[in-house]
Design a protein around this ligand. Structure first.
Ligand code: URA
Length: 183
């Protein structure tokens, strides 16, 4: 990915933002793309929405360093604009390959863009969130269970949506606990 010159965002970004955390964790969280602080640090989710994500995970007793965190787009779109369809199209194969190499047991998809990219579904995030669905990942023989959730940046702007986010976090925690019991 660092050697890839096919995405114009690379030219304006300071750093490649690839991933953070533990690739052996079994749980991989996928966000949208770096903001200003992520671009400076070269790490995903270290700015305000990252700090909020940390608090969301902490609220169900999870520590972000134990999981793998990445993004759909690995370079910051200038001025935090949304990535274009073309930028998503060009970067998506790298994310899908990343998932196939990591082979997570479960995925959490943060926000509409990550959900659309990984599931290939155009249904809005408010209708997709709140339940596990099967994400077919090229190169993996079995679909990966994926939980779409509202993006932390959206939750910071829309406090009324935190109730839905809490329901999703509880579902995530219960599912992880049930996985541990089964194994
Ligand atoms: N928002 C994202 O989706 N990803 C980041 O890494 C930071 C903010």
């Amino acid at each position: 990915l660092a050697a890839f010159d096919g995405c114009p965002l690379k030219a304006t970004a300071t750093n490649l933002v690839f991933s953070d955390g533990n690739p052996d964790a079994g749980l991989m969280l996928v966000g949208e793309g770096p903001g200003a602080e992520e671009d400076r640090a070269g790490l995903p989710f270290v700015g305000p929405s990252g700090q909020f994500l940390d608090r969301m995970l902490a609220s169900i007793g999870l520590d972000r360093t134990k999981y793998l965190i990445t993004n759909l787009i690995p370079w910051r779109p200038p001025g935090n604009r949304n990535p274009t369809d073309n930028e998503v199209l060009v970067c998506l194969p790298f994310l899908l390959r990343h998932i196939a190499l990591v082979r997570p047991r479960r995925l959490v998809l943060l926000g509409a863009l990550a959900t659309r990219g990984v599931t290939g579904t155009n249904t809005g995030i408010t209708r997709m969130r709140g339940r596990w669905l099967d994400a077919a990942i090229p190169g993996l023989e079995r679909p990966v269970p994926a939980l779409p959730m509202l993006h932390p940046a959206y939750l910071l702007r829309t406090p009324g949506a935190k109730r839905d986010a809490w329901a999703d976090l509880v579902l995530l925690r219960r599912t992880l606990d049930a996985d541990v019991k089964k194994s």
